[in-house]
Design a binder for this molecule. Sequence first.
Ligand code: 4NP
Length: 160
Amino acid sequence: MSIGVLFVCLGNICRSPTAHGVFLQHVQRRGLQDHIRVDSAGTGDWHIGHAPDKRTAATALRRGYDLSELRARQVLRDDFARFQYILAMDAENLRNLQHLRPASFNGELKLFLEYGDHPEYTEVPDPYYGDEADFERVVDLVETAAQGLLHHIVTRHRLS
Ligand code: 4NP
């Protein structure tokens, strides 16, 4: 059975789709797409069915990640049965997920940047009301945490 990885933010149009696209590309480059499933979702419902934010999509594409196929959805309680790794972009997302978490969930529910290497950042800052530099910073933070997370999963599940 494959390992499920779910990235969660508030709207599922900026941070978690970036994490989704970046992590999936890392997984595919290592040829691990049959072993690791990747998805993303938002705790909020405002953007269900929407493509990623235009600024997010443009920044990601410039950096080599195509997010055009992604569509926003809201996180479901059932996601805890389908994903072993549920990674929150910020502390508020994490709190909301902890409220949804069934007692039976025995996977990892944590802040995504626990796998990063920018010690000054524990959360991926919400870029929605920010400028271009804020969108670039999302990709910077996500790229390093994606590498850290993939290394962790590959080691823990002996995938290499
Ligand atoms: P995200 O960014 O959580 O990274 O997708 C946001 C997107 C939309 C809103 C807030 C944050 N919003 O308030 O609509």
